[in-house]
Design a binder for this molecule. Structure first.
Ligand SMILES: Cc1cc2nc3c(=O)[nH]c(=O)nc-3n(C[C@H](O)[C@H](O)[C@H](O)COP(=O)(O)O)c2cc1C
Length: 190
């Protein structure tokens, strides 16, 4: 069982990072092989809508997204973690998601499985917003659900916390980290 965590925050050791790490610990406690990709450390160009992927099913941009396609293919469970920025996921996360247009082309244009080998994959979403405004997670959830649908990944749940702003403030929440650990355990349970 391979669990891939994709960290979308620019803030290393920030709130979504801490939750993601805890979730992955929970998954590892069930024997899963876990891996984290930190998008902010990578070069991922925005999609150029060149439509090359419509012919080949692959993106022609030679950057770090090429590695991520392989990691997505290898994963059984994909966990996306991104704080809310201007009511959506971070630019780092959105760039990665938009580049999955190549997987959309594989599926809908070329009629091939979007992630190669067909297996039951699960997806999970972690997000945090600094405010307590209504509906702050709705745009991100819609985007993440769309991605998971396109790549044939079942949306298995999410962990969403409002009103958490300062770096590390999630550690002061009564049980957020424990919830993340338990979510990881549950996701990876056979
Ligand atoms: C550029 C930027 C935009 C943000 N926009 C929002 C927003 O629209 N709504 C909100 O509730 N919080 C917003 N925040 C606050 C972050 O969601 C919050 O600080 C969060 O805890 C950061 O998580 P991290 O430590 O994982 O990066 C924004 C922060 C930044 C830097």
């Amino acid at each position: 069982m391979k669990v891939l965590g994709i960290a979308g925050s620019p803030r290393r050791g920030g709130n979504t990072d801490l939750l993601l790490a805890e979730l992955l610990k929970g998954a590892a406690s069930q024997g899963a092989e876990v891996k984290t990709i930190v998008l902010n450390n990578l070069k991922i160009s925005p999609c150029q809508h060149c439509d090359a992927c419509m012919k080949t099913g692959n993106c022609r941009i030679p950057d770090d997204m090429q590695m991520i396609y392989k990691e997505l293919e290898a994963a059984d469970i994909i966990v996306l973690a991104s704080p809310v920025q201007f009511m959506g996921p971070t630019a780092q996360m959105k760039a990665m998601i938009d580049r999955c247009q190549a997987l959309w082309s594989r599926k809908y244009v070329l009629k091939k499985p979007p992630l190669g080998e067909e297996k039951k994959r699960k997806g999970f979403f972690i997000s945090i917003g600094g405010t307590r405004f209504a509906n702050i997670f709705e745009p991100s959830i819609a985007i993440v659900k769309t991605l998971f649908k396109v790549i044939d990944v079942t949306y298995a749940g999410d962990l969403l916390f409002k009103g958490i702003d300062e770096k590390g403030a999630i550690t002061k929440h009564s049980d957020a980290l424990q919830q993340a650990f338990l979510a990881g355990q549950k996701l990876a349970a056979k």
